[in-house]
Structures are given as structure tokens and as C-alpha cells.
Design a protein around this ligand. Structure first.
Ligand SMILES: [Zn+2]
Length: 381
């Protein structure tokens, strides 16, 4: 089977899948009948992380034509309070709705529940409905799920970094291909589940093509073009490319992206501005892909938010750190675009980055039981 046949098959089955999923989601959410019917069926959440000030984004609109266009067609929160934590904890707060102190080098699952776990458990979503593409770094796999006893790995997101490395379980499976070996019982079970899930996505033709080939093919599709990406935002660009490929191939319900290259700002202000500009351009390519896909165009929302800003003044290396407590650091802009949101609206009321998770839960009809954020005000049309 060549790429074209595969994509045709995937496209043909996508609609059926989406309908089936929607039906099951409705059934699962039925008792909470207060949930209004929304147009949004897919969402892309971009943690524009690494420390990005509003001064270099909406304060200099020529740097971010994509963000500006999203805001013009959506809702812009100009005062989103960040969590005064290291990169890891602050970005995690976007996904959990809980701001918690964590060390910058801490590498552990959280006790807090992630957005993915709330959505997958409450709405009965399958394993391929939630993905997270990261710019890299061992810490970032911890955004996929926490260790709360009521939630956890069974409701987590699939992880994929810009180099095409799946989460550990997927990676072990993929490393095994081509080498004849004996699988453990647990591996066999996992493999069977993976194949069944892939077959559901791609239709009978794909299932017949043989498991190993199918999975190889999928990995290649998901990471196509990423090895050619270079420049100061190479890792971020790969994560955004993988997210774009994921969206058009699988059309997951939720696709999250975590960026980080902007942190070059500590020692290089010019490089940081270049990262912001290039990431905006890569986001533009992703947005175009959404608009060109008939199944995604009118049913997809995009939310973009940095984990925090940067200091007001340059440091002695003519770079920008993050620790002065200024408004440049502690307030960022949050951009929301989608079929259920207001158009061309600016909200100046103070909100929080911890409000993102409860808002997305509300959008789909899940309950963010342990989040400490609120629903973003003035968002829905
Ligand atoms: Zn930093």
C-alpha cells in the first residue's frame, strides 16, 4: 500500500470514526445534560513555552502574524497570570490547572490530574484521541499523565517528540520490529491493542497490510519532513510539524504541543526573537493545514499560551532571564480561536494560565475536579 492509498483510506474512515466517537462521547456525557452542544470536536493546545514575553509577541505584531490573525478571529486575553515556577512546573500548570512548586530539574509524574486524563475518563475517549508532541527533554513526557489514583496512565496522552520517539511503551514496541524475538505476554497484549487501534483508524486494508509495516508507515508519516528542519527553533519546529502530521492523519480530539526553544533568551536576545518569529510561522503552517482539511476546518479550536514571560530588563549578557517578578514575566497573553468562541474580542480582565485546563474541559463536557482554575470569562460566542 502506498502513501496515497493509505491517506485515502484514512480520510475515508476518519468521518465514520469521528461520528462513532462523538456518539460514544455523547452517551458517556449524557447524564450531565447541562452540557451545551458545541461545534468544537478537535482542539490544538500550544504551550508556547520557554518563556515568551508579550512585548515580543502582541507588543511587536510583525513578529507574530499568525497569532495576530488567530486573535483577530478569536479571543485574546491580555493579562493571563502565570505561575511563578520554573519552566517545568509552569508549563505543567497549563495542563493540570494547578500551580505547584517544582524544581526546574525535577523529573517525575505529578499527583495532579492532566487535561488528557479528565477528557479521556469522563468522555470515554480512546488512546488515540489525545496526543502530546513535545520539543524534547525527558521532563516533558510527564505532561502526558499524572499518578492520581482515580486517573493515571490508562487515561494519558500518547507522547511523541520531534524526532519521532513515541512514549516509552511505543518505543519498546517499535524497537522490536524486524528483529525476530520472543515477546513477553504483556508485550503481546500491548501489541494486539495497538494493532487493533491502528486497524480501527486505518480500515481493513491497513490491517491486512501487516502489523509491522503499518506501524513503521505510521511512524514515517507522523515524522515526515521533520529531519530537514534546522535553525534556532529546530526542536520546536519539529514538534509543531509532528502535531500537524498527527492532526491530518489521525484527527485526534486533542493535540497538545510543548515548545521550549525561546529559552535561548537567557544568553541571546536576538536568537529568542528569531525563535518567536519562526514558531509563529510554523504555527501558521499548522493552522493552514486545519483550514484546508474539510473535516477539521469548522470543528477545530486552537489555544496558544506561554508558561510565563521574561524579565523586564536585559541581563549583563544582553539576554533575558525570568525571575524579576515584573509584569513582563508574570502576565502573558492567551490566544483562543475556534468555532464556539467569540470573534475579534479582547479581554483585559485578569485570568490565569491555570484557567486553560478547566476551560477546555468545559468546552468538551468533562469535569476538571481537582483543578484550581476557573473557566475563562467572555470566551464563548
Ligand atoms: Zn529559562
Amino acid at each position: 500500500m502506498d502513501r496515497r492509498t493509505f491517506l485515502k483510506t484514512a480520510a475515508a474512515t476518519g468521518g465514520v470514526l469521528a461520528t462513532a466517537r462523538l456518539a460514544s462521547a455523547r452517551a458517556a456525557a449524557a447524564p450531565a445534560s447541562a452540557v451545551p452542544e458545541r461545534k468544537t470536536k478537535h482542539l490544538v493546545l500550544v504551550a508556547f513555552a520557554g518563556g515568551v514575553r508579550t512585548r515580543e509577541t502582541f507588543g511587536t505584531p510583525q513578529n507574530v502574524p499568525t497569532l495576530q490573525a488567530l486573535a483577530d478571529e478569536g479571543v485574546l486575553y491580555t493579562r493571563a497570570r502565570t505561575s511563578n515556577l520554573g519552566h517545568f512546573g509552569a508549563a505543567l500548570a497549563i495542563f493540570t490547572g494547578v500551580a505547584e512548586q517544582r524544581g526546574i530539574r525535577e523529573n517525575a509524574r505529578s499527583n495532579d490530574v492532566t487535561l488528557f486524563e479528565y477528557l479521556r475518563k469522563d468522555l470515554g475517549w480512546g488512546p488515540n484521541d489525545a496526543w502530546i508532541a513535545t520539543s524534547g527533554g525527558a521532563q516533558q513526557v510527564n505532561y502526558a499523565y499524572g499518578v492520581h489514583p482515580d486517573y493515571g496512565a490508562a487515561y494519558g496522552a500518547n507522547t511523541l517528540d520531534g524526532e519521532g520517539i513515541f512514549n516509552r511503551e511505543f518505543k519498546l514496541l517499535l524497537e522490536g520490529w524486524g528483529r525476530p524475538r520472543v515477546w513477553s505476554e504483556a508485550e503481546e497484549r500491548q501489541l494486539a491493542a495497538l494493532r487493533a487501534s491502528l486497524a480501527r483508524h486505518a480500515g481493513a486494508d491497513m490491517a491486512d497490510a501487516g502489523g509491522a509495516q503499518v506501524e513503521r508507515f505510521l511512524l514515517e508519516e507522523l515524522t515526515r519532513g521533520t529531519s530537514d528542519l534546522t535553525g534556532p527553533n529546530a526542536s520546536d519546529a519539529k514538534a509543531l510539524r509532528v502535531a500537524r502530521n498527527l492532526l491530518t492523519l489521525f484527527r485526534p480530539r486533542v493535540t497538545a504541543v510543548v515548545l521550549q526553544d525561546a529559552d535561548t533568551a537567557h544568553g541571546n536576545y536576538g536568537g529568542y526573537v528569531e525563535v518567536v518569529r519562526r514558531n509563529d510561522a510554523a504555527l501558521g503552517t499548522l493552522w493552514q493545514a486545519v483550514k484546508q482539511d474539510p473535516q477539521l476546518a469548522n470543528s477545530t479550536a486552537i489555544v496558544v499560551v506561554p508558561e510565563f514571560g521574561r524579565d523586564r530588563d536585559l541581563n549583563s549578557r544582553r539576554g533575558l532571564d525570568h525571575g524579576d517578578g515584573s509584569e513582563d514575566l508574570s502576565l502573558v497573553t492567551c490566544t483562543c480561536w475556534g468555532p464556539d468562541f467569540k470573534k475579534n474580542s479582547i479581554v483585559k480582565e485578569e485570568v490565569g494560565v491555570v484557567d486553560v485546563t478547566p476551560t477546555i474541559c468545559d468546552l468538551f463536557g468533562a469535569k476538571p475536579r481537582h483543578s484550581r482554575g476557573k473557566r475563562l470569562p467572555g470566551l464563548f460566542a
